[in-house]
Design a binder for this molecule. Structure first.
Ligand code: NAD
Length: 388
């Protein structure tokens, strides 16, 4: 099978391509514009494979998209290319509208024209898989809010925030989770642009019969994550002795999904998922941002004590935590109900937050060169043979 992956030089796309090349016999065409978030160095372990090809293309370029479909004749599409950073969408929404909405429209049209011409057997197996976010649903009640007229007790709040499988506890606390039926209510330009692209994909299925499947996932973390995002930013700032910024009081709750678990889930969905369906993908790991940062600090205290980096022998990394003004429109809680993909496709996350975050910190400690080349911008300079 040949899979066209858009955004394959990004954080999740590169994990998907590493998964496919390393664990299956399928081949991949990686189509990526190489924005600041695209890094071909995240694919060095698989890019020499004869089953891998790269096309340096913007999904806003309709004629180039048409050429790629004609030349490569893919069996399936996994669409991950997008502008993905919420803060950047607040500072400058225009790129988000272009890539996430107009780009998705162009890709749908190119896929539809190609799919219409396929011979019946290939036509019947073709799938267009759109990868989206749980942020399209807006936010959920937080343990510190009142639930059904009752203020959640302090004890329940602590229980909800501190346990590993907090889904059980949120159920006990009657705190809802996002399901595939949750109504859309995006808060930021990023999530609004993703919501718009989800609607386009479903409309192309309903109106033109294009076989599509949509997944909405929670916050990913893991190796090769661009350091503007919370977890890599905190690890790298800590190692550099810089402040660890936390929005507001840090009580925003996110459900964390290890990126390699997500890559396995996406491959399950493209190969076994039902056409026309939506699957929510989450890690059962509700954590406050403050808990995430404190956990990273504790692991670094064990693995790489700050005393080995500075002259202050008793300092711990948590001393670097700095609260900064909250992001406008900041959603307070996201949490995914992943029952459907678990029940129907037999997927489950393999990592708990505790195991995944340890692997992640260890990866950043062992891959300082990758980090350094991202931080000093040199990953963009050479583009590994691509002229920019
Ligand atoms: P990322 O920002 O790391 O990577 C995005 C990739 O898309 C980059 O390689 C970039 O060069 C490419 N790209 C951007 N605009 C393009 C364009 N116009 N044409 C071609 N390529 C373009 O993003 P990510 O974290 O890997 O996210 C991948 C997808 O998953 C996105 O659609 C995102 O909305 C979604 N998602 C991400 C998360 C998360 O936690 N990272 C959570 C939910 C959903």
């Amino acid at each position: 099978m040949k899979i066209l992956v858009t955004g394959g030089a990004g954080f999740i796309g590169s994990a998907v391509i590493r998964h496919i090349i390393s664990n299956t016999q399928d081949s991949v065409v990686n189509l990526d514009k190489l924005t600041y978030a695209g890094n071909l160095e995240s694919l060095l372990t698989v890019s020499e494979s004869s089953r891998y090809a790269f096309e340096h293309i913007d999904i806003c370029n309709a004629s180039e998209l048409q050429r790629v479909f004609t030349v490569y004749q893919p069996d399936m599409v996994m669409h991950l290319a997008a502008e993905s950073h919420v803060d950047r969408s607040i500072d400058g929404p225009s790129e988000f509208i272009q890539s996430n909405i107009v780009g998705t429209y162009n890709l749908l049209e190119a896929a539809r024209a190609y799919w219409n011409e396929l011979e019946p057997k290939r036509k019947s197996v073709f799938k267009f898989h759109h990868i989206s976010s749980d942020e399209v649903y807006g936010d959920l009640p937080h343990p510190s809010d009142s639930v059904e007229g009752l203020v959640v007790s302090r004890e329940l709040k602590d229980q909800t925030l501190n346990t590993q499988h907090s889904k059980l506890n949120t159920e006990e606390a009657s705190l809802p989770l996002f399901t595939e039926q949750t109504a859309y209510s995006p808060s930021s330009p990023y999530s609004a642009s993703k919501a718009a692209s989800d609607h386009l994909v479903r409309a192309w299925q309903r109106t033109y019969g294009l076989p599509t499947v949509v997944t909405n996932c929670s916050n990913n973390y893991g190796p090769y994550h661009f350091p503007e995002k919370l977890i890599p930013l905190v690890i790298l700032n800590a190692l550099d002795g810089k402040p660890l910024p936390i929005y507001g009081n840090g009580d925003q709750i996110r459900d964390w999904l290890y990126v390699e678990d997500h890559a396995r889930a996406l491959y399950k969905v493209i190969t076994e998922g039902e056409v026309g369906e939506t699957y929510n993908i989450g890690g059962h790991n509700e954590k406050t941002n403050l808990e995430v940062v404190q956990t990273i600090c504790k692991i670094l205290d064990e693995q790489c004590p700050i005393s080995s980096l500075s002259s202050s022998p008793n300092t711990q990394y948590s001393a670097l935590i700095t609260h900064v003004s909250d992001r406008p429109g900041h959603d307070r809680r996201y949490a995914i109900d992943a029952t459907k993909i678990e029940r129907e496709l037999g997927w489950k996350p393999q990592e708990t937050f505790e195991s995944g975050i340890r692997k992640t910190v260890q990866w950043y400690l062992s891959n300082q060169e990758w980090c350094q080349r991202v931080l000093d911008g040199s990953y963009q300079g050479e583009r590994l043979g691509v002229i920019v």
